[in-house]
Design a binder for this molecule. Structure first.
Ligand SMILES: [Zn+2]
Ligand SMILES: [Zn+2]
Length: 139
């Protein structure tokens, strides 16, 4: 498991990175900040140690934004395509990796919903929805 390399990249492919080692934390975060940066119902974030990530290309394109009203919350993104990218916590002790950036299976699934009290008013449990492999034909 510790020898596994999990690759990730942004939408335009300019920024690439690799994760190594054991990934033990994976949350769906429903807080309003995560919803803003992802534009989605919740973020799906892995947590790794700083030594577990290496940037393999495009690091100079990575921009960081630190929410001024937040103690910890920051975000990183590709300045070319806008994709969310891994960001180091302000303490430098952890790196938060948006799971949607990964190209490989990290071998772990989300363990919990956090900040569920802040969930969107339109939140619905995804398993309750009709599901299609692709966009269904219009009726
Ligand atoms: Zn990009
Ligand atoms: Zn959050």
């Amino acid at each position: 498991m510790s020898d596994t390399v999990v690759h990730g990249k942004c939408l335009c492919g300019s920024v690439t990175f690799e994760l190594t080692g054991n990934i033990g934390i994976f949350h769906n975060c429903h807080c309003s900040r995560c919803r803003k940066v992802t534009g989605a119902m919740h973020a799906s974030n892995l947590f790794v140690s700083p030594e577990q990530i290496s940037w393999t290309s495009g690091r100079e394109l990575v921009k960081r934004f630190e929410a001024p009203d937040a103690k910890y919350f920051s975000t990183c993104f590709c300045s070319q395509c806008g994709s969310n990218l891994p960001w180091a916590s302000r303490s430098g002790k952890a790196v938060i990796v948006p799971a949607g950036t990964l190209d490989d299976d990290p071998g772990i699934k989300p363990l919990s919903n956090v900040y569920f009290g802040s969930r969107a008013p339109w939140h619905v449990d995804a398993s309750e929805l009709p599901t299609f492999d692709e966009m269904p034909a219009r009726k």
